[in-house]
Structures are given as structure tokens and as C-alpha cells.
Write a protein that binds this ligand. Structure first.
Ligand code: GDP
Ligand code: GDP
Length: 446
């Protein structure tokens, strides 16, 4: 893992530093000692702001300049934290205006090398307007009007932080682009209409009984799963009709209900939708595929019973076209041919399932993403509905599994669906996400 960028929160007492810290770190850290100031002298935590990850230090503030007193030592700690940090968030209380202590802290910050973002806190509901204006005079450029208590100004803070903590140009980016290898078992579900061949496929996959760690061990309150290994890599097969038969949990004939499918999808990373090559792609198959994609799972399509397929090339082409047409939101889903009977194609299917999980877990750096983004909006600028320009500013990947992106800009809420699709398709095609579901949400500053 790359080391997280470090952000220090500084400011005189009572300006809202701990409130901001708690908002960024997202949970209240237990106080181990309630003597004022003692536990507070350096609280650190991992923060996430709209998809940006960093480490944050809440410093104790600047009280008196006597190293022999507790406040004096706290001041030294604060200074050390700021020197180490990639950027300092300097808070003032915009309702109280700029105080002499704020000015003293500002002088000290200006004498150092750490970049400073000035946050005019407690500015919710315009209450701090005059304080925000006064804060210009501190010499750190435009103060960011902010409310730690109400969560206002988060998008502006994000924009202000981005240039300091993303470090796209330090040359170390290439190593950061790939997620560390996923080492948990591949959680795989096989779904499809009754008679598609799910149980036959499962039995074929598990073929060598000795590799199964035992269905009993995998039966939990609400899910049946079997752990096994494929070419040395762990796979967990989730709750399929075939598994249940194998586990002898139910003897009666299985029918794959919508609820069963939903259940398998919930626990899986990658879902294989098994089609019956003697029947082609039917409406119910598309509904299941759509359900998998809606849930944000990675989807692989396998055409089973290929051993008895009629006119294979035409069949393949037909299913390919029907898939791209019926699931236009993700063109190019992996489509494989298998025979659960003979075992042909199963190795490749599992291989593709692993690759699909990698894409589904992939993270691109904000730097790489925004270089791509600038080109994309240059080649095809966003429209101007009603003559008013939509301004797109930043794109960030907020999550993986499924890859989820947040787009910032002005009037982004008016971005037409076709333009969002343009971006989503480009992200998939150009940034290595292949045919996994990619989510894009938009956020206007404030
Ligand atoms: P610290 O001493 O700098 O860590 O400040 P705290 O986080 O303890 O906050 C001091 C007081 O300011 C508390 O009563 C907070 O509830 C209040 N406060 C913090 N942020 C805001 C804000 O954005 N608006 C308002 N109105 N009050 C805030
Ligand atoms: P499930 O309801 O999806 O679990 O389907 P089954 O595994 O019970 O299979 C339904 C029928 O299709 C059975 O008669 C299987 O023997 C047959 N079948 C399954 N896979 C293949 C295959 O690859 N080729 C052929 N020719 N028949 C298959």
C-alpha cells in the first residue's frame, strides 16, 4: 500500500477542529482519558472525503508558548505535525472573526513550507460572511467557507485538497494504479433458468471430490457455499441449485426462483449466467442479467451445451448481438461457450471470472483519471442546455467493487443521460474496466 497523504488540522481552541476531524474520519474515536487537552494532543485517523483517502491529524492548538507547560508541549506537537503534513487545514471561526491568536498562527504557518488551506468554519447559513471576508487578510488566498457541524463546503474542501494530496506528478503513480492482488476466494455464483445445466456444471467443476473442503462446513444460516481450488486459486461457489442438491439440504426438485437468484447475487463477486445453447437467449435471461448488473456485480455469460449446439458460429453471433442490444448499458460482456457435459471451456470460464473480478476491483488514481477526463471532455464537450454551459471539473473514483465514480462541476445535475453514458463507456474502454458495471454519480459544489 502506498503511504497515505497526511493532512493536519490546526487552529486556536474552539474553532471546530475536532468536529471537522470527526466528520472526516467518520466515527467518534473513543476518548481514553477525559482530562482536557491530554488525549486531544494528537488524534489521528484515516479519512475519506468524497473518495479521497488521506490520514488526518487533529492537533491541539496553540495556547501558550511555554514548553514546560502542557499547552506548550501541545504546541510543539502541533508544529511537528504541521511540518510533517502534506497540507495543513487552518480553521478559523468565521462567526468570531479573525482574532490575534489566529493572526499569530497564520504568521507561523506562513514561515513554514507546508501548503495551507484556510477554512472559514461555522459559516453555515451565511452567518459568517463578514468573518470569511476578514479571513482574506490572513494571506492564504480565498478562504473556503465551511461548516464542520453541518457538513457544508465538503466539495469545495475536496477541490482545495486535491492538488496537494493527489500528487499526480511525482512519478510514483504507476505503482499505485493496480490494487494489491485480491487474495480472498473468488466468490462465484452460477445462475440461470431451470435446465440450463447449472447442477451439471457445478458437479463438473467440483469433479474431484477430494478438493472439496466439505459442503457441511460451508452451510451457514443463510447461504450454502463450497470452497475449492482452481489451479491453486481459491474459489467459493455460492448457493446454486446444484450445490444444494449436492449438499442434500433439499431433496425435492429445485426450481430457480427470483429469490434464489437474488440471494446468490448478494453473496457473489462474479455471477455466471448460464444459457442453454439449444434455446438461445430468452427474455428471462436478460431479466436475470439486468438484475445482476443492477446489483453492481460482475457478470459473465456462458453458453452451455455447446456440444450439441446447432450451427455454432451463427448461434454465437446471434447471442452476442442480442446481449449487446438487450443490455446496452454494458456492451461487450464476456461471452463464453462451455459444455458442462464434456468439461470443455470450463477452465477458460473460471479464468475469465478471475479476470473480471480484477477489473471489478480495480482502482485508478485521480491523476490518471483526470488526464483521461480532460481529453474526453475536450474531444466531446458537454452540451449547453438552454444556452447555459455545464462545467465539468473533476472526476474521482469513490469506490471499487463495483467501480464507482463521482463527477464534480457546475450544473452537472443537468447533464444528459447520453453524456453520462459517453463518460461511463469511455471509463470502461480506456481505463481497464472492461465490461463490469461502472457507476457514475454527479455532485455540484455546495
Ligand atoms: P476545537 O476546540 O477546535 O476542536 O473545536 P470543537 O470541534 O470542539 O468545536 C467547538 C465548538 O464549536 C463546539 O461547540 C462545536 O459544536 C462548535 N462547532 C464546530 N463546528 C461548527 C460549525 O460548523 N458551525 C457551528 N455553528 N458550530 C460549530
Ligand atoms: P439446472 O436445472 O440448471 O441445474 O440443469 P441441470 O444441470 O439439471 O441440466 C439440465 C439438463 O441438461 C440435464 O438433462 C443435463 O444432463 C443437460 N445438460 C447439462 N449440461 C449439458 C451439456 O453441456 N451438454 C448437454 N448436451 N446436455 C447438458
Amino acid at each position: 500500500m502506498a503511504k497515505l497523504p497526511l493532512v493536519a488540522i490546526v487552529g486556536r481552541p474552539n474553532v471546530g477542529k475536532s468536529t471537522l476531524f470527526n466528520r472526516l474520519v467518520g466515527k467518534r474515536l473513543a476518548l481514553v482519558d477525559d482530562r482536557p487537552g491530554v488525549t486531544r494532543d494528537r488524534r489521528e485517523g484515516d479519512a475519506n472525503l468524497l473518495g479521497l483517502d488521506f490520514r488526518v491529524i487533529d492537533t491541539a492548538g496553540f495556547e501558550e508558548d511555554d514548553p514546560e507547560t502542557l499547552p506548550g508541549r501541545m504546541r510543539a506537537q502541533t508544529q511537528a505535525a504541521v511540518i510533517q503534513a502534506d497540507v495543513a487545514l487552518f480553521l478559523i471561526d468565521s462567526r468570531a472573526g479573525v482574532t490575534p491568536l489566529d493572526e499569530e498562527i497564520a504568521r507561523w504557518l506562513r514561515s513554514g513550507d507546508t501548503p495551507v488551506i484556510l477554512l472559514a468554519n461555522k459559516a453555515e447559513g451565511r452567518a459568517g460572511e463578514s468573518g470569511v471576508l476578514e479571513a482574506f487578510g490572513l494571506g492564504f488566498g480565498d478562504p473556503v467557507p465551511f461548516s464542520a457541524e453541518h457538513g457544508e463546503g465538503m466539495a469545495d474542501l475536496f477541490e482545495a485538497l486535491l492538488p496537494h494530496i493527489d500528487r499526480p506528478d511525482d512519478g510514483s503513480e504507476e505503482q499505485e494504479e493496480e490494487e494489491p492482488a485480491e487474495d480472498g476466494p473468488l466468490k462465484l455464483a452460477i445462475v440461470g433458468r431451470p435446465n440450463a445445466g447449472k447442477s451439471t456444471l457445478v458437479n463438473r467443476m467440483l469433479g474431484e471430490e477430494r478438493m472439496i473442503t466439505g459442503p457441511e462446513a460451508g452451510i451457514t444460516r443463510d447461504s450454502i457455499s463450497i470452497d475449492w481450488e482452481w489451479q491453486g486459486r481459491p474459489v467459493r461457489l455460492i448457493d446454486t441449485a446444484g450445490l444444494r442438491r449436492k449438499a442434500k439440504v433439499e431433496d425435492k426438485l429445485e426450481r430457480l426462483s427470483a429469490a434464489d437468484t437474488r440471494h446468490s447475487i448478494d453473496f457473489a463477486e462474479v455471477v455466471v449466467l448460464l444459457l442453454d445453447a439449444t434455446r438461445g437467449l430468452e427474455a428471462q435471461d436478460l431479466r436475470i442479467a439486468d438484475q445482476v448488473l443492477q446489483e453492481g456485480r460482475a457478470l459473465v455469460i456462458a453458453l452451455n451445451k455447446w456440444d450439441v449446439a446447432d450451427n455454432p458460429p451463427a448461434l454465437f453471433q446471434g447471442v452476442r448481438a442480442a446481449l449487446d442490444e438487450g443490455l446496452a448499458q454494458v456492451k461487450g460482456l464476456p461471452l463464453l461457450t462451455v459444455s458442462a457435459f464434456t468439461g470443455r471451456g470450463i477452465d477458460q470460464l473460471i479464468d475469465v471470472a478471475f479476470q473480471t473480478r480484477d477489473a471489478w476491483s480495480r482502482r485508478v488514481s485521480t491523476g490518471q483519471l483526470n488526464r483521461w477526463f480532460e481529453r474526453a471532455i475536450e474531444q466531446n464537450p458537454p452540451p449547453a442546455p438552454g444556452g447555459k454551459r455545464i462545467k465539468l471539473r473533476y472526476l474521482t473514483q469513490a469506490r471499487t467493487r463495483p467501480p464507482s465514480f463521482v463527477l464534480f462541476g457546475t450544473r452537472v445535475d443537468q447533464l444528459p443521460e447520453s453524456y453520462r453514458r459517453y463518460l461511463v463507456n469511455g471509463i470502461r474502454r480506456d481505463l481497464g474496466f472492461g465490461a463490469v458495471p461502472v457507476r457514475l454519480t454527479v455532485r455540484a459544489p455546495r
